[in-house]
Design a protein around this ligand. Structure first.
Ligand code: FE2
Ligand code: FE2
Length: 158
């Protein structure tokens, strides 16, 4: 199982708890992302995976911004499967903008954090990430999304 170093693991959960305490993140537990994975769990997976990749490959990143941006990258706060909801479609294209807007309502975000949220769907959204942290989250999101979708298939077959 993938694990961060003890010190970073501690730092990671401090950041996550702080965001949860100051945001509407709790709401994302109600919505599904991929398969049976909630948006909350997916966001947590992506934040952990991003941190893990950065640590494993000794990347020179701002871990504070990396965790915050990754955890908030899908902070759109609606059920994207709900055809009756008024969100802009296609969801894949528009949700980074909604997530960024929501995150900016709850936090004062750094340039790196904004870039992470805005660019995480690249190459679907045309502008590429402008910093290493955003590239890491963009990759971690794809890794986690694939894993969560495969998990669903495996459950369906068994
Ligand atoms: Fe997303
Ligand atoms: Fe995501």
């Amino acid at each position: 199982m993938k694990r961060l170093s003890v010190e970073r693991e501690h730092f990671f959960w401090n950041e996550i708890n702080e965001i949860c305490a100051k945001s509407r993140m709790e709401k994302s537990k109600q919505f599904y992302q991929h398969g049976m994975t909630s948006v909350y769990s997916h966001s947590l997976n992506v934040a952990y995976e991003s941190c893990y990749l950065a640590e494993k490959f000794h990347l020179q990143v701002d871990y504070d911004a990396l965790i915050r941006g990754a955890f908030l990258h899908d902070y759109f706060l609606y059920d994207w499967h709900d055809k009756g909801h008024k969100h802009k479609r296609p969801h894949g294209f528009y949700h980074p903008g909604v997530a960024l807007q929501n995150a900016m309502e709850d936090f004062s975000l750094s340039k790196i954090e904004k870039d992470i949220i805005k660019k995480h769907m690249f190459p679907l959204t045309v502008a590429p990430p402008a910093c290493l942290e955003a590239w890491v989250v963009c990759l971690a999101d794809k890794v986690c999304s694939t894993r969560e979708t495969m998990q669903r298939r495996k459950e369906a077959v068994l």
